[in-house]
Design a protein around this ligand. Structure first.
Ligand code: ARG
Length: 470
């Protein structure tokens, strides 16, 4: 293919673009998803131009009508995306001019693609956070709170170092993830705040000599602020970095959770099982029922890391102000948005469609001396210094292990031999059921604390998520 029809900037150049150049520099193939934001930005800009008298009201009406038709065509799928148009900005402007003629040629007054794309990206990040990421995070949280409530009375072993530690409520375990995702909501909210600054009117780098009203444009687009420095605001992509950094941390949480789900679904644990609709089989081993969904949730986090390191590499060493390298920012931003939204969406459903095996959890909680810590604390209540209590219980655990029993199976004589201060009420402390009832420190993993947490989250994030029916 030879070079195609003239670009808006063609007049300056003595040759049309080589076909290789054209396909190398284009971004329309991936930035077209910015179209709603590009049109919204253009409409706000055009309306302001008309208000300050740089174009007529009739020009603005023609521009508005033209974009309305273009938006309809895009939505219907009948819009012709001309690959000869370098990017979304030129594609929409060219289509506008083709439709309405001269008023369309006035639209780009006091504007550059540099401030235009910076604007589009900020609008995109804001919308991604508001419309996809935060609602999806809330759906995951709701699913977890719902399960915590459903299994209020179930116990499970907690693990540290993947060794059985202390008995906990299953609810408390599930609610731990709700905390992690709450910090994600917080981080995205923070990223949104920094994206919420309007760069339009910064022009290519230095602003404009025309009497534009930037504050009006910002207000029309719902921005909290107008950027202060045109040089910075045409090339600042910190808000993209913030979004991607938040995405990586959120992905880390998803990945940890996926890891637990996979482990707990294994026959070795057998703590939970996920509905078949979210499992896959093996092409060779007929018996297999794999949790591939969660393995991919874990695996796809690699793309989030790639996106963050991509944008950081892109911005490092950029000379001040806009450079074309920045066109690549979208590749990373969109990839991360897509992967994270899809992961959150499916994780919410996986959580909804998980059943926990109460009996199996209870059995696991009853073995492995998970009540050793409570016994040491019982001794502290009998005025034994904790370090001595710890040693005493350590000896009792070793003895029970030799006898192949649990602490509660030891006789009172054995206990009193180890420490004379142990009374027969010790049996009211041993066993998972006794232990979890006795937790009383703030934020503990027992039933009362879990119930308080469930109440807290219900108030904060609302009642259960509506479940999609298959
Ligand atoms: N497609 C470009 C981008 O995404 C738009 C800005 C181009 N500006 C320029 N001066 N070449 O960054």
């Amino acid at each position: 293919m030879g070079a195609s029809k003239d670009k808006s900037w063609q007049a300056r150049l003595s040759q049309p673009a080589h076909a290789l150049t054209e396909s190398f520099v284009e971004s329309l193939s991936f930035d077209r998803r910015l179209w709603p934001h590009d049109i919204a930005g253009s409409l706000a800009h055009a309306e302001m131009l008309a208000e300050v008298g740089l174009i007529t009201k009739a020009d603005f009406r023609a521009i508005r009508q033209g974009f309305k038709e273009i938006a309809d065509d895009i939505e219907k799928g009948t819009f012709h995306w001309d690959p000869a148009c370098e990017d979304i900005h030129m594609a929409l402007e060219a289509a506008l001019i083709a439709r309405i003629g001269e008023p369309g040629k006035r639209l780009h007054t006091a504007r550059s693609r540099n401030d235009q794309v910076a604007l589009d990206l900020r609008l995109y990040v804001r919308a991604a956070i508001d419309d996809r990421i935060v609602p999806a995070l809330r759906a995951v949280q709701k699913a977890l709170v719902e399960q915590a409530d459903r299994y209020r009375d179930a116990v499970m072993p907690s693990y540290t170092h993947l060794q059985r530690a202390q008995p906990i409520c299953l609810a408390a375990y599930l609610l731990a993830y709700v905390e992690q995702f709450e910090r994600d909501v917080d981080r995205f909210t923070d990223a949104r705040r920094r994206a919420d600054v309007c760069p339009l009117g910064s022009g290519a780098v230095a602003g404009s000599t025309l009497p534009i009203d930037r504050a009006r444009v910002a207000r029309k687009l719902g921005f909290a602020e107008v950027s202060r420095n045109s040089i910075d605001s045409t090339s600042d992509r910190d808000f993209v970095i913030d979004f991607l950094a938040a995405a990586v941390v959120c992905g880390t949480h998803l990945s940890r959770m996926a890891e637990d789900w996979i482990l707990y679904a294994s026959q070795e644990f057998g703590f939970l099982s996920v509905a078949d609709a979210f499992c896959t089989g093996s092409s060779m081993m007929p018996q297999k029922r794999n949790l591939d969904v969660m393995e991919l949730v874990r695996g796809k986090v690699g793309r989030l890391h790639a996106a963050l390191s991509g944008i950081l590499t892109l911005c490092k060493g950029l000379p001040q102000a806009y450079n074309r390298d920045l066109q690549e920012d979208k590749v990373h931003l969109f990839a991360a948005d897509d992967v994270l939204s899809a992961s959150l969406e499916i994780v919410a459903e996986v959580v909804n469609q998980t059943t926990f095996d109460r009996a199996r959890l209870e059995e696991a909680t009853g073995r492995g001396f998970l009540d050793a810590t409570v016994l040491a604390e019982y001794l502290v209540g009998r005025k034994v210094p904790f370090r001595e209590a710890h040693q005493c219980v350590g000896r009792l655990v070793a003895q029970a292990e030799r006898e192949g029993c649990e602490l509660a199976d030891l006789s009172l004589e054995v206990f009193q031999e180890a420490c004379a201060r142990i009374g027969k009420d010790v049996y009211d402390y041993l066993g998972a059921g006794n232990v979890i009832r006795r937790y009383c420190s703030a934020g503990n993993a027992g039933p009362d604390s879990s119930a308080r947490q469930i109440h807290h989250w219900r108030k904060k994030i609302g009642p259960r998520a509506s479940r999609s029916r298959r």
